[in-house]
Design a protein around this ligand. Structure first.
Ligand SMILES: [Ca+2]
Ligand SMILES: [Ca+2]
Ligand SMILES: [Ca+2]
Length: 306
């Protein structure tokens, strides 16, 4: 079993200690997952409505709010609260402003975040992360260009104490004085319909994340009574891509993540596996942990051990 490594990015002074001290997920969970029972009803964790209807419904149900300063996260109480699904309107103002909002998120939920500049000057930067000391959730973040909306997909891997932090991308990681009345934004979080790509062992898939902040999800129901490996090749594929992958294994019935891997031993590619067979629906979640990839393509191999 490969060890798991999180690369949590320190986002705010208040939360640096939390992010740096993140405890890896329980990799023993993969081998211990023998209690799964294929006959047990499986919660698909996927909304039943189709995408269009779900989007319309969630748009109609958005809770609209305006930020209240101070919300810079300099203390544990100096934060706003964002009701979801919803939109928070704010400004990066004055210079070097940071806006932090607490969120209520649950494992297995799939969220789509959009951060849209509402005036001319903002280069949006969004991070969604878990501030709990024993965080088992990697940071999801994406940076955008001036006056250009960005989106971030976020599959919630484990329970946690989540916040969203909005900044100007040019103030990250070092403050550069960006901010002012022209740095308005609308931050929206809405549930997204999960449409996993069904896979069986053994097989291989080729994929490409739709954007730097996108997530791909694969689903399988059995490893055919055998141990298994899931291997992502981006840097290692025949025509290398620039994707810096991370993959996670989510047990749907238990609503928990069994393992996450950022980087295997020799590259920024990801892989994991175990000697114990799995049954029941599991998701393999693929996301990008880099900030500047131009080719987000990858090959994903689902293989069985002898
Ligand atoms: Ca603000
Ligand atoms: Ca603020
Ligand atoms: Ca990686």
């Amino acid at each position: 079993m490969r060890r798991i490594v999180f690369s949590l990015v320190p986002v705010l002074a208040l939360f640096v200690a939390c992010s740096d001290s993140a405890t890896p997920a329980d990799d023993g969970g993969v081998d211990a997952a023998t209690s799964n029972d294929a006959s047990t009803a499986v919660d698909t964790a996927a909304p039943a409505t189709d995408g269009a209807l779900a989007d319309a419904a969630s748009d109609a149900g958005l809770t609209i709010a305006n930020e209240v300063e101070p919300n810079d996260g300099k203390t544990t109480t100096e934060v706003g609260t964002m009701v979801l699904p919803g939109t928070m309107n704010g400004k990066i103002d004055p210079a070097d402003d940071t806006d932090v909002f607490t969120l209520t998120l649950a494992p297995g939920e799939f969220w789509e975040w959009t951060l849209a500049p509402t005036s001319a000057d903002l280069a949006p930067h969004l991070a969604v992360f878990d501030t709990s000391p024993s965080s088992k959730n990697p940071t999801a973040l994406v940076a955008g260009r001036v006056s250009t909306p960005l989106s971030l997909e976020h599959f919630v891997l484990n329970t946690g104490t989540f916040v969203a932090a909005v900044r100007d991308a040019r103030n990250v990681p070092t403050k550069t004085g960006r901010g002012g009345p022209g740095y308005g934004y609308a931050l929206t979080g809405r549930r997204k319909t999960l449409n996993p790509i069904a896979v069986t062992f053994p097989s291989s898939k080729s994929g490409r994340l739709a954007s730097l902040g996108a997530v791909d999800v694969y689903a399988f129901t059995t490893t055919n009574g055998k141990g298994f490996d899931v291997t992502l090749r981006a840097k290692r594929k025949t025509a290398p891509s620039t994707l810096d992958s991370r993959i996670s294994l989510f047990e749907v019935s238990g609503k928990r993540t069994l393992i996450t891997n950022d980087n295997e031993a020799t590259s920024t590619d990801s892989q994991f596996g175990g000697d114990t067979a799995l049954t029941g629906t599991h998701y393999v979640i693929v996301d990008n942990e880099g900030t500047d990839a131009t080719d987000l393509s990858y090959d994903l191999e689902f293989s069985l051990r002898p």
